[in-house]
Design a protein around this ligand. Sequence first.
Ligand code: GUN
Ligand code: FE
Length: 486
Amino acid sequence: MPSSSTANSSIFYGAVINPTSLTTYSASPRCLLAIDATGNIDWLEEDVEPHALQDTLASRGYIDAQVIPLKDGEFIIPGFIDTHTHAPQVPNMGTGGQYELLDWLKYVTFPTESKFEDISFAQKTYKSVVRRVIDSGTTTCCYYGTLHLEATKVLADVVSSYGQRAFVGKCNMNRESPPHYIEPSSDTSISDTRQLISYIRNLSKPTLTSKQEPLVQPILTPRFAISCTDDLLSSLGELAASEPNLRIQTHISENKSEISFTGSLFPAASHYAGVYDMFGLLRSNTILAHAVHLTQEEISLIKEKNAGISHCPTSNFNLNSGIAPIGLYLDKGIKVGLGTDVSGGFQISILNTIQNACIAAKVCALQAQSDPKHDPSTPGFANKPLPIATLLYLATMGGAAVCGLQNQIGSFAPGKSFDALLVNIREESGNIGIWGLSESEPFQDLDSQRKRLDNWLEKFLFCGDDRNISRVYVQGNLMGGRSYRQ
Ligand code: GUN
Ligand code: FE
């Protein structure tokens, strides 16, 4: 009995793009995509000719089903996954680019974050931030809050009330921070963290039947090694050990001064990754942001622990941190997703991160060309530009794997959640004149239509913006996008 014969299910018919591997995606101009009443994908069938539509539906047990037809110039892709951002830094986004990391934290970031002690400021700010993140096409987001328990509860409330999928954490930071923005002790930090975890877990209604994880989940957030004493990291490690499914997010090896300072604070660790490992914080559900300057030893350790890397190229350029060798990490089989790292990064949209990930890989490739030992015919991703399929994968499936949600989101498959964007490149989007839509011909063969869709995807990734994101769905719920706002 198909669950989608229920009243609340929906069936889309039209162009669908679906990442299938690091190097492939399917572009189906005439896909039937059925969502069940719980917001999961029931089934999908590619290349259904219009004349075969009713028969296909009937063969699936759908009689008189309501089909939502996509227009020419509309297509569906999986929602974007931002594996690393700081919600309280949005107010200073687009400033401070003259600094490198440690001064930027001191002069720009910590002063802004300290304002979130004021709950009404937190409420007002987080409402607009989360709305904007959603409308930019981010269906799943890994949020850092501030060190404040109450303000971070507010962030979780807002995310939950808007229906976004997210991980929300409060920063642990009890040293090397300014006097007005520091936790008084390791005990306070742990106690507030525990309270936030319970609070967030109580936000979601338990669904006994569902094997899926709740939309909003807590995440341990030791800000970075520098800001945590041994004692605090050790207690966080104990907490993590008692909760194997609890995700962990932190920063690693972003900036050279940061790396040497970390070394001086943790003389017993052989390297930066070793600090987290020493305290039991490096595991398969740890999300490591940046990873710009890792040593071979650290790369091997991260692979061995199956931790994920959040690639934050906009931030890495903006704070002059460097270029992460993402191709190399992919060749090693390390999980990689994308992170906006606002406000190290100056844009909320993952589209901007995709663009900078593309440029970062090209700069790596250019640098490699000047090495006489470089052989461009070597297979793999290292020192080469990243193909469109790879960029799409990093923004969707790659992010899902980094979050430990690869069986639930990131692509379209039966049983997965329908977390998706309806992209609209038609004139009414307002982002006009670049799409070549008028070249459309209804009698085009399937192959030409596929190529046209490939072209739309590439243009959307590089020239698109939130005007082109018409609808945003999380778990089948329409909860954002341009047409949702109007
Ligand atoms: N390292 C510690 N805190 C931060 C932060 O807020 N942003 C970035 N980019 N790096 C950090
Ligand atoms: Fe960050």
